[in-house]
Design a protein around this ligand. Structure first.
Ligand code: FE2
Length: 369
């Protein structure tokens, strides 16, 4: 309910518009995302399109849209972002019906302005956009694009490339997870409730998410129509350092920990990703010994799941299959989840222990456990 006492969603979201990364070398990162993950070249901006400050490559696969942006000079705030955090997510952009209203509604409820609402135009129409700060140096952009028919937005041109590896079946962004500092989870839960009208749909305490060595807590925030979901993690006390702490140590702030992308056929997608060099967390084969006893019958054969290291979990509404990549940069920060939902709307709580033990083995190899 909002302050006027009605249930109307004051921030209607149509979905995730794009995720923008600030990176050290967007040209090379774009090649990696095409080669390894099967993204297609979409749009480009840079000096050739009139932007002397930065270069951006837009990549797409079905509904997933990524932007890789790199600064052209060391004085730029983008260079400062990359210097501090390494490559990472700057913006989670959300598609809205009204970018001016999204700004007004969130800012009047306490969000800190990042981008004042503006309208940008070219011969294909207009895009309206605005933005607010969230945790760390991360922001949400609100993108209104229903009056635009161009390739991406004004300032960009079509990115023509003769190099186009096949897609791997990535469909849409399922959720984006944030890691925040000690005792900060509830602050950000309240932020999403108060300023964006999200609801806390699931909560995991440190007893549910713990291994012998480390623990974390997590709350999942969802917007009204469920199109946009943001789990938020904070570290919890354990015998050793948790993966969230390791992330915070290397990212130097709160930030996006993983982006989960949905597929309709996880075995096919992960087979292709592995063949193209994407590295996944190794899951001990003992995980599969009692899998069917735990989750009941599933459509897939166990053998390919075991071979690829795909995890399975069930909730009241169905089951899901999921797998996690290793970090995709040298700092142990951002990674990806590939997820296939077969009815389940949850996040794989039954896999947390196996997953975190796998993460700890990697942390230990880096000397950070
Ligand atoms: Fe996830």
């Amino acid at each position: 309910m909002d302050s006027s006492g009605n249930n109307q969603d004051f921030l209607p979201l149509l979905g995730t518009d794009f995720v923008e990364f600030y990176v050290g070398n967007a040209k090379q990162a774009a090649h990696y995302y095409k080669t390894a993950f099967g993204y297609q070249s979409c749009a480009y901006s840079g000096p050739e399109t009139g932007d002397k400050e930065k270069v951006s490559y837009v990549l797409m696969q079905d509904k997933v849209r990524l932007i890789l942006t790199t600064p052209l000079n060391s004085e730029s705030s983008i260079a400062a972002h990359v210097h501090k955090h390494g490559d990472g997510v700057k913006a989670i952009a959300l598609t809205v019906k009204d970018a001016y209203d999204a700004f007004e509604q969130t800012v009047k409820r306490g969000a800190k302005p990042y981008m004042e609402p503006k309208t940008i135009k070219d011969e294909n129409g207009e895009i309206k956009m605005s933005g607010i700060h969230i945790y760390g140096d991360t922001v949400h952009l609100f993108i209104e694009r229903h009056n635009y028919s161009g390739i991406f937005m004004p300032g960009f041109r079509k990115w023509e490339s003769s190099y186009a590896p096949d897609p791997v079946g990535l469909k849409y962004i399922d959720h984006c997870v944030g890691n925040v500092g000690w005792n900060q989870m509830n602050t950000w839960v309240k932020f999403y409730e108060d300023t964006m009208g999200f609801k806390n749909i699931l909560t995991f305490d440190d007893k549910q998410i713990s291994t012998e060595y480390s623990a974390l807590m997590s709350k999942v925030m969802s917007n009204g129509n469920g199109f946009v979901k943001f789990p938020i993690n904070e570290p919890a006390e354990g015998k050793k350092k948790s993966q969230v702490e390791e992330y915070l140590d290397f990212y130097k702030d709160a930030g996006v920990q993983h982006v989960a992308i949905a597929t309709d056929n996880i075995i096919d997608t992960v087979t292709k990703l592995s063949a193209r060099g994407v590295e996944f967390l190794n899951i001990p084969t003992t995980y599969y010994d009692e899998l069917l006893d735990r989750i009941g019958p599933i459509d897939e054969d166990i053998e390919p799941l075991k071979k690829l290291g795909i995890l399975v979990d069930r909730d009241d509404e169905g089951y899901l299959l999921q797998i996690f990549t290793k970090p995709v940069e040298d700092r142990p920060t951002l990674f990806y989840e590939i997820i296939q939902r077969k009815g389940a709307k949850s996040f794989g709580a039954g896999n947390f222990k196996a997953l975190f033990e796998a993460l700890e083995r990697e942390q230990d190899l880096r000397g950070n456990l």
